[in-house]
Design a protein around this ligand. Structure first.
Ligand code: HEB
Ligand code: CA
Length: 345
């Protein structure tokens, strides 16, 4: 209906938008794709930009506020506005690099730091085939003070600690089930700082694809470390070159979440829709949705999913550590060939 979807012509003379406030994002998108994401790739900078959205947004605590202590502003850009403070918090190790890479881009555009962080994560994710189109809003208020330490989950935290923290930050919305939905992001992820001897260790064998291999591979029995052993927050993985976080391992096996975890295996629509839903809410933590403009239309629709769910070469159902008591683990073909290593990102 043309009357209901009237569009405005943007000052750039090329684009139109449903709201003039979205017009500026076309140039930001182009800058990100050309100058941060290597022409639109799902590589390290895209992964790190997605991670940054979480570490900015999750730093908000109504529980601290109830004690009269400042609890952080959520998705308010504080992590990049006060980087010398927040990137020294232990769970934020390594994020100083992507903040530094994003800095000149933010400076070139008329956009709040808070909006930029979430938008960069949405554009980065859109470069990963099979990803959902993530929400993009503008109008967030930037932080005037840093978040306090202690609000970002660590891979050595117990499921209880992680569930409690996410419930606090979301005012009860993110329960253990929605925590599983959030962890879909680890399908396009790698660790640089968990093992000090190696960087770019992926969490699944397809870190450039938004698929469900992460949920399958985390359910396989761990047999070795990809680098050095004994790192805090790391447990053994099933494949050479692959990193498994202790938190992913325990949440995949916790009786509250194991069946939800398994339900994502080979369910591509679920891996898209559930993450799309939780990202929308996470990306505006601490902000008033009524003062934001929805510019999701500027986020490209990602390419279709690629590949098919499979057991990595050399592995099969026999290597699954069944954790869901209700439903047997589904069967998939095993990739041909000898057991191979996952390449670093
Ligand atoms: Fe994450 C990565 C943890 C959640 C996204 N992680 C990561 C790591 C870790 C983690 C440790 C590695 C780092 C380095 O570099 O070393 N997480 C975690 C935890 C949690 C999480 C504990 C809670 C449970 N994530 C999350 C979420 C999201 C994410 C929610 C979304 C948003 N991550 C991520 C990404 C990544 C990560 C994307 C990748 C990055 C790169 O690659 O660089
Ligand atoms: Ca993947």
């Amino acid at each position: 209906n043309a009357a209901l979807t009237r569009r405005v012509a943007c000052p750039d003379g090329v684009n139109t938008a449903t709201n003039a406030a979205c017009c500026q994002l076309f140039a930001v998108r182009e800058d990100l794709q050309q100058n941060l994401f290597h022409g639109g790739l799902c590589t390290a900078e895209a992964h790190e930009s997605l991670r940054l959205t979480f570490h900015d947004a999750i730093a908000i605590s109504p529980a601290l506020e109830a004690q009269g202590i400042f609890g952080g502003g959520g998705a308010d850009g504080s992590i990049a506005i006060f980087p010398e403070i927040e990137t020294n918090f232990h769970p934020n190790i390594g994020l100083d690099e992507i903040i530094e890479l994003q800095k000149p881009l933010v400076a070139r555009h008329n956009i709040s730091v808070a909006d930029f962080i979430q938008f960069a994560g949405a554009i980065g994710a859109s470069n990963c085939a099979g990803a959902p189109q993530l929400a993009a809003f503008v109008g967030r208020k930037d932080a005037t003070q840093p978040a306090p330490d202690g609000l970002v989950p660590e891979p050595f935290h117990t499921p209880d600690q992680i569930f409690d923290r996410l419930a606090d930050a979301s005012q009860g919305e993110f329960d253990p089930i929605l925590t599983v939905w959030l962890l879909t992001a680890h399908t396009v992820a790698a660790a640089n700082d968990v093992d000090p001897t190696k960087s770019g260790l992926p969490f699944d064998s397809t870190p450039e694809l938004w698929d469900t291999q992460f949920f399958l591979e985390t359910q396989l029995r761990g047999t070795s470390f990809p680098g050095s052993g004994g790192n805090q927050g790391e447990v053994e993985s099933p494949l050479a070159g692959e990193m498994r976080l202790q938190s992913d391992h325990t949440i995949a096996r916790d009786s509250r979440t194991a069946c939800e975890w398994q339900s994502f295996v080979d369910n591509q629509p679920k891996a898209q829709q559930m993450f799309q839903f939780v990202f929308h809410d996470l990306s505006i933590f601490g902000q008033d949705i009524n003062s934001l403009v929805d510019c999701t239309e500027v986020v490209p629709i990602p390419a279709d999913p690629q590949g098919h769910t499979h057991f990595p070469a050399g592995l099969s159902n026999a290597d699954i550590e069944q954790a869901c008591a209700e439903t047997p683990f589904p069967t998939f073909p095993t990739d041909p060939g000898p057991k191979t290593a996952v390449a670093p990102v």
